[in-house]
Design a protein around this ligand. Structure first.
Ligand SMILES: C[S@@+](CC[C@H](N)C(=O)[O-])C[C@H]1O[C@@H](n2cnc3c(N)ncnc32)[C@H](O)[C@@H]1O
Length: 257
């Protein structure tokens, strides 16, 4: 006999295509219960009924569940290392790199990389941002941001790549044209390849340890030999060699084979 949460997970997968089995259970249950309280719903059954019929509620719940928080140049030190070490390496000899931001949310991470490439006079063959959440991808494509989201953009890059309109900042068409956004579920879809640089930051903290391992193997498989893999500041890889990686800097690994 399945308990309520087991049934809910199956139904949620049918309606949203999100597989909660791979996410840390305690954290997810707590978040979902908070949502039920906030929206005065008595049970998982009420929530499933609501997201089947109310598309706005479905979008809002997806956004809540997937935790879309992001900013430009988040973890400044990591971007300094990317600018100093990673980009010069993958663009040397005129190489035009392929770069993937997985779990890209509002696109801030991949647009930050695009700005650094322009600053260094380099060009990319492909800049890809992917996420499971279609609503957040629409925001990434539109490229309109709040004060706090652009707070980490250095002043010269803010002037060069954004137009301020009221309280919002619109990213330039040049940058929007450089980046492609697509829906991709890290748990179910085949991983695109080959890439010179893959960033997956502040995404797999939500997954179970087994799922994290499976994902890291898939990311390594998506990298060219010598390619770089960047994780979030709470996501250190304890035994990089077990995945064919070596640590090159804080949060940054290189594929050794
Ligand atoms: C906290 S944001 C991180 C954004 C950005 N990488 C950063 O560090 O600022 C996590 C993102 O992971 C996405 N996500 C969650 N589960 C996912 C999955 N199974 N496949 C792809 N993206 C997923 C969420 O929709 C959300 O946009």
């Amino acid at each position: 006999m399945q308990n309520g949460y087991e049934v809910f997970k199956n139904q949620l997968f049918q309606v949203l295509g999100i597989d909660l089995n791979s996410y840390k259970e305690q954290q997810m249950r707590r978040r979902i219960n908070q949502w039920l309280t906030r929206h005065s719903m008595a049970s998982y059954t009420d929530l499933i009924a609501r997201i089947r019929t109310d598309l706005d509620h479905r979008a809002a719940f997806t956004k809540y569940l997937t935790i879309n928080t992001s900013q430009f140049f988040r973890d400044q030190g990591v971007f300094e290392s990317i600018a100093r070490q990673v980009l010069p390496s993958i663009t040397s000899g005129g190489n035009m790199p392929r770069i993937w931001s997985a779990g890209c949310s509002i696109g801030a991470e991949i647009y930050s990389i695009a700005m650094l490439l322009i600053k260094q006079g380099a060009r990319a063959r492909e800049l890809l941002g992917t996420d499971i959440d279609e609503v957040i991808l629409a925001r990434a494509r539109e490229g309109t941001y709040s004060d706090s989201e652009v707070g980490g953009v250095p002043p010269d890059l803010l002037r060069a790549h954004f137009v301020k309109s009221g309280n919002l900042y619109q990213i330039s068409d040049t940058l929007r044209r450089m980046v492609k956004f697509a829906r991709h579920d890290l748990l179910q879809d085949p991983y695109p390849k080959p890439f010179d640089l893959v960033l997956c930051r502040n995404v797999f903290i939500y997954f179970t340890a087994d799922t994290q391992k499976r994902l890291i193997h898939s990311f390594v498989d998506s990298l060219k030999p010598g390619g770089f893999f960047v994780v979030g500041s709470a996501e250190h890889i304890m035994d990089p060699h077990a995945f064919g990686l070596e640590r090159v800097s804080y949060c940054i690994y290189a594929k050794t084979v």
